[in-house]
Design a protein. Structure first.
Length: 169
């Protein structure tokens, strides 16, 4: 497919001017190809116009329809260690009890808005309150692990199930 065909196809699908974008690349104008180094150099220069990395990331994500992988750099083994430490401290709080009443009281201690669910913020507070150092990317990964119904909240049943049955999965 010729560059002009790609440009017109992309324009008709997205309503944007690829020709304007391609005009930034010398080789693309000559032979229709954008080399890796030229592409890299272009985005390096472009990134210097942004005052914060987050702005540049947002620009690239929205321009190319991409999202940064939230789980990048999250290691399953580390999640296991942190999850085990969390469970150990929570079990200590419960005096090793698996009784629903005891678990509900612990859950309520962290449910700050009394909604009956733990939000990501409330869940992160557990780590702080229990003095478990944990990077936000691991808090998010562990939250997703606990949120078995994938509704963006940790309900008491999910919490209790993990505390009693699924502790080491």
């Amino acid at each position: 497919m010729e560059l002009s065909e790609v440009t017109s196809t992309y324009q008709s699908q997205n309503g944007e001017s690829v020709a304007q974008f391609i005009s930034n690349f010398e080789n693309a104008q000559k032979n229709g190809w954008i080399g890796k180094q030229e592409f890299f150099d272009y985005y390096t220069d472009l990134s210097m116009t942004f005052t914060h990395d987050e702005q540049f990331i947002h620009f690239v994500e929205t321009t190319w329809g991409l999202n940064e992988d939230e789980e990048a750099g999250v290691f399953k083994e580390q999640i296991g260690y942190i999850t085990n430490a969390l469970r150990l401290k929570l079990r200590t709080m419960a005096n090793e009890s698996s009784e629903e009443f005891v678990l509900r009281n612990i859950f309520k201690d962290f449910d700050l808005d009394r909604s009956g669910n733990l939000t990501m913020t409330e869940f992160g507070g557990i780590f702080h309150k229990l003095a478990i150092q944990c990077e936000p990317k691991y808090v998010k990964a562990i939250f997703r692990k606990f949120d078995t119904n994938k509704n963006g909240l940790i309900e008491f049943e999910e919490f209790a199930n993990w505390m009693i049955y699924d502790a080491y999965k």
